[in-house]
Design a protein around this ligand. Sequence first.
Ligand SMILES: [Zn+2]
Length: 105
Amino acid sequence: MYGTGHYKITKPPVCPHCGKKMTKTEPPPYNIGDGLGWGLKYFWVCFNDECSFFVNGWENMRENYGKTASYRCVCLPDNGEIGAICVLSYDGLKGGIIEEPGEED
Ligand SMILES: [Zn+2]
């Protein structure tokens, strides 16, 4: 049930917002916001601090929710869906990065 064999996106996809390669990352145990688990072995995250999605997120969260937070663009490997995940700092989620030696450019 937790396998990755059916995943469609197994190579780093490109962020639709900034065009940078996304990073394989282990999801946090829960999804901030709805409390549901991701049910994924990994997902792809854009860690580009210049990404317009991330940059605009700070402003957006402050204006709409009065929070110091932003979100990063994520791509779900099982269906290729693009989504967003909330982060509270620049380092948010980085603890989950899965190093993949030999996959550097
Ligand atoms: Zn991006």
